[in-house]
Design a binder for this molecule. Structure first.
Ligand SMILES: [Zn+2]
Length: 395
């Protein structure tokens, strides 16, 4: 309500200032503009008396009578949309478009505003129709292409999303270059779901062509490789993913166990884990966290990573230090009980959070459902959950 009130003040002051400005610069040869209408003045009066709803009503009556108030109508339309009164916003913008004498630039602006109303109302087919016209050229070309991308992502129409992304890339308007590789991965997942592995692999090749070192394509390629009896290829691909993107360790771990089992190489898990974890703490911590959450602690290699992890993860290490003398350390049974408790704690709360908008969820998404960024969800550590800064990185 406070924001609406401020906007209503701005609309009113804009109209009043505009009128006085035209008075100030008016020469004797130009016709005198009309003074603000009674409805305007009534609107201002309501504002002064902190009655923003009645003020908006008065301004709406004023613009309905006065046909020279295009900017004010745009401001009112935007205000209605922001207040969630989309029907009224649509009426304001449709009335503007219906004016035969409207300047072409205002007509374009009104069409784009109307498309925003339709988007807000969830009327995607109507929004799409307007946006496709606006995307052909003009002031709103890039903005319309971006809105079309959002519509096709919501509708999971990946072929159209790809075509629009290419248009945007041609005119330098893409903010998320990796999005197109995700669209091809979505198509690959659909093909894999239908058992068309050749088509899935073709889409994955295109995804890798669009975006080199693309972890999602490697994960999916590993899935298809296991599906088609090529676990060795899957193992090679999976070993690379945590190095590209440590936060995907959770996505890698269970696939790796599955591929090693399929290849009859279960015994090699410790060696591979040690290889992948390497000397950097980021990948080792990510694998340990993923193993704890997935309850995959049977291998000595993963249990060793978990021991190291709880020893320096600030939110956990402090509690362990208070209970167990440092010279004794945790025995295996106590470590497993601690990991089980951590796992329950993590599963009770959100497990992932978007680094862009803060959206959190218990499941993993490649695209944030909140802000629609791709690759922005990261797993939450016990320190994140406790609201503490993580330990300094690196050994
Ligand atoms: Zn987000």
């Amino acid at each position: 309500m406070r924001a609406s009130w401020v906007e209503a003040v701005l609309i009113a002051s804009g109209a009043i200032v505009g009128w006085y400005a035209t008075q100030r610069w008016r020469t004797s040869s130009t016709p005198a503009p009309r003074p603000p209408s009674r409805d305007y003045l009534a609107g201002v009066n309501f504002l002064v008396n902190e009655q923003p709803d009645r003020a908006v009503e008065a301004f709406l009556r004023a613009v309905a009578v006065d046909q020279d108030t295009v900017e004010t109508q745009f401001a009112l339309g935007a205000l209605f949309r922001r207040r969630g009164e989309v029907d009224r916003a649509i009426r304001v913008h449709q009335n503007l478009i219906a004016r035969e004498t409207l300047d072409p630039s205002f007509r374009e602006q009104a069409s784009y505003a109307l498309a925003q109303d339709y988007l807000r109302a969830g009327l995607y087919d109507r929004a799409e129709k307007l946006l496709l016209q606006l995307a052909e050229g003009g002031t709103y070309r890039i903005a319309s292409l971006k809105d079309l991308t959002a519509i096709y992502e919501i509708e999971r129409d990946w072929d159209r999303a790809i075509a629009i992304h290419r248009d945007l890339a041609r005119i330098g308007g893409t903010e998320q270059p990796a999005a197109i590789a995700h669209y091809y991965c979505e198509l690959a997942e659909l093909a894999r779901g239908k058992g068309d592995f050749a088509l899935a692999e073709e889409h994955l090749r295109t995804a890798r062509g669009e975006q080199r070192r693309f972890p999602r394509a490697a994960l999916l390629q590993a899935d298809v490789a296991v599906d088609t009896g090529r676990p060795e290829l899957a193992i090679r691909l999976l070993k690379r993913v945590p190095l590209l993107s440590p936060q995907l360790a959770g996505e890698v771990l269970l696939r790796l166990v599955r591929a090693l089992t399929a290849a009859g190489r279960d015994g090699e898990l410790p060696g591979i884990i040690a290889d992948v974890a390497g000397d950097g703490r980021d990948v080792a911590d990510a694998l340990a966290h993923a193993a704890i959450v997935a309850n995959e602690l049977d291998s000595a290699a993963l249990l060793g990573l978990a021991r190291d992890y709880v020893g320096h993860e600030p939110a956990v290490a402090e509690i362990v230090g208070a209970l167990v003398p440092e010279e004794h350390g945790l025995d295996d049974a106590a470590l497993r009980r601690l990991c089980a408790a951590l796992r329950r704690q993590v599963l009770r709360t959100a497990r992932f959070r978007c680094g862009e908008c803060g959206f959190s969820s218990s499941g993993f998404f490649w695209q944030c459902p909140g802000c629609k960024r791709w690759d922005s969800l990261k797993p939450l550590t016990p320190s994140d959950l406790a609201g503490r800064p993580a330990a300094a990185r690196g050994r």
